[in-house]
Design a protein around this ligand. Structure first.
Ligand code: MRU
Length: 341
């Protein structure tokens, strides 16, 4: 995987040979972004089990569940992680129930991880095609963090919507919030969009309000780490601030995310676990310390945007509108119905 901590200065690839190395890569943010974390965890489980020396299914099963636990302990907020692990567990249970051999189960786990990857790319593309409808020609679009190809199996969610609009011939310009403290916007979103030839202006997070007031932002599109049943959305810290500013300035605020990011078992945002990361991400920029020794530091990695501030949730199955409790539940019911036909 490309080491996202090093971009854009260096394009370095990290080769993971064990499940523990994949778990570490997720935890230390070599790879990040909700859908990418899910794909990496599934592949990490498949890799770990491929390397297993167990010959009997009982020992193999014990190793499998331990590996799932290892992945589940990496990061708490993005629900795609737990969703992907559950898919791997379901496949494992079906194979074990059918009395398959260890080798057959290994193949099944590989295939499931590949399917999770491929489905994510397809979801992003579908999201892009649906989402393009809310992007006016010549739109000036603000995005926060990185919800691009790097954060998914490819194409992106929020950046997928932007790419979809460009593919439909719309001329757009993007404002990328730098996204303190990890700088996903300045480093990763700008890197992706510049490579695509899409006009991109990086701003510091505290500039968004002033630029909205100047009338120079038409639309906000962000990704998500977990969307609760009522539409409350956890995303990178600072997203909530952008949503409040967008409401004040009458600018539509959209969330783009696959159904794998929607968690109907979490009733509202207050129930979403928010990761607190190392203080060093705040105190240091590169190798230099910015704060005096002794200053206390907070570093919640995500915040929750209340559903009232969200104009629509763009998914691979269309754009869902308020009231989200009904529209999101319908989205899942339709999916189950489609799968059973
Ligand atoms: O801490 P990160 O970089 O993993 O957080 C990423 C985000 O908040 C993204 O906006 C979100 O995961 C959506 S990615 C398509």
């Amino acid at each position: 995987m490309v080491d996202q901590r090093k971009l854009p200065a260096q394009e370095i690839y990290v080769r993971c040979k064990t499940a523990a190395e994949v778990a570490r890569a997720i935890k230390t943010m070599v790879i990040r972004g909700a859908p990418a974390i899910g794909v990496a965890a599934a592949m990490g489980i498949a890799l770990g089990m491929r390397k297993s020396k167990a010959t009997g299914t009982q020992k193999f099963a014990a190793e499998f569940y331990k590996t799932c636990e290892l992945m589940a302990g990496t990061r708490p907020t993005a629900v795609n992680l737990f969703w992907a692990i559950d898919r791997m567990k379901r496949v494992f249970a079906v194979a074990a129930q059918a009395g398959e051999s260890v080798e057959q189960i290994k193949d099944r786990l590989d295939r499931e991880a590949d399917a999770i990857h491929d489905e994510d790319v397809a979801s992003c593309r579908a999201m892009g095609a649906f989402g393009a409808a809310v992007v006016p020609d010549e739109a000036r679009i603000l995005t926060h963090c990185n919800a691009g190809a790097l954060a998914t199996a490819g194409y992106g969610t929020a950046l997928g919507v932007i790419r979809g609009a460009v593919e439909q011939g719309k001329r757009v310009t993007v404002l990328a919030d730098e996204t303190r403290p990890f700088l996903q916007g300045a480093r990763l979103t700008a890197w992706e969009l510049v490579r695509d030839g899409i006009s991109t202006t990086v701003i510091t997070d505290n500039m968004a309000g002033a630029i909205m007031r100047m009338g120079q932002i038409d639309l906000v599109v962000v990704g998500a780490d977990r969307i609760a049943a009522n539409g409350d959305t956890a995303n990178k810290i600072g997203t909530y601030t952008v949503a409040v500013l967008a409401r004040e300035h009458n600018i539509p605020f959209y969330v783009a995310a696959p159904l794998s990011t929607i968690d109907l078992e979490t009733p509202d945002g207050a129930h979403i676990p928010i990761e607190e990361r190392n203080a060093r991400e705040v105190t240091h920029v590169g190798g230099s310390q910015m704060t005096p020794a002794g200053a206390l530091v907070r570093n919640p990695a995500f915040d929750v945007t209340p559903h009232q501030l969200i104009a629509g949730i763009i998914t691979e199955r269309g754009i869902f509108r308020p009231p989200y409790t009904e529209s999101l539940a319908r989205a899942f019911a339709e999916r189950v119905a489609a799968a059973s036909h």
